[in-house]
Design a protein around this ligand. Structure first.
Ligand code: SF4
Ligand SMILES: [Zn+2]
Length: 117
C-alpha cells in the first residue's frame, strides 16, 4: 500500500502501488478535479470569463464597471470591443489614467448615459 495526496481536497488516500494511475481520493474529487482541468484548458484557450480568472488566481472579486451602479450612467463606461465586457474606458477616451479604482466614489464620474447598457 502506498499513500497519495488528493489534489482536490488534500486528504491522503492509499493505492496498491505508486504506479497506480488513481489521482483522486473519491469519485466526487475526481469529478471536481476534471472540472478544474476543463476550466484551466478553456482559460488557456482564452475562453474564460474574468470571474473564472479571478477564481483560478485566488483573487477576491473586484468591482468592475459592470457591477458599479454609478458607472452605469457615466459617459466613460463602455460595453466594448466585441467582447461583451463592460469596461471603464476613461483611459482610452481621455489618454489620462483614471487614478482610482472603479467604485461608487470614482472622481472621474461624468453623468450622461441612461442606465440601459
Ligand atoms: S470614469 Fe469612474 S464612474 Fe465613469 S465608468 Fe469609469 S470608473 Fe465608472
Ligand atoms: Zn479528495
Amino acid at each position: 500500500m502506498n499513500t497519495k495526496t488528493c489534489p482536490v481536497c488534500g486528504k491522503p488516500f492509499t493505492v496498491p502501488s505508486l504506479k497506480n494511475a488513481r489521482k483522486y481520493c473519491s469519485p466526487e474529487c475526481k469529478a471536481e478535479g476534471h472540472r478544474r482541468q476543463a476550466r484551466k484548458r478553456s482559460m488557456m484557450q482564452g475562453h474564460a470569463s474574468p470571474e473564472t480568472w479571478r477564481e483560478f488566481a485566488g483573487r477576491p472579486k473586484v468591482m468592475t464597471a459592470a457591477d458599479c451602479k454609478r458607472c452605469q450612467t457615466c459617459i466613460y463606461r463602455a460595453k466594448s470591443h466585441g467582447s461583451g465586457l463592460v469596461t471603464c474606458d476613461y483611459l482610452i477616451l481621455t489618454g489620462e489614467p483614471r487614478g482610482c479604482d472603479v467604485s461608487e466614489t470614482c472622481g472621474r464620474y461624468s453623468p450622461g448615459k441612461d442606465a440601459k447598457r
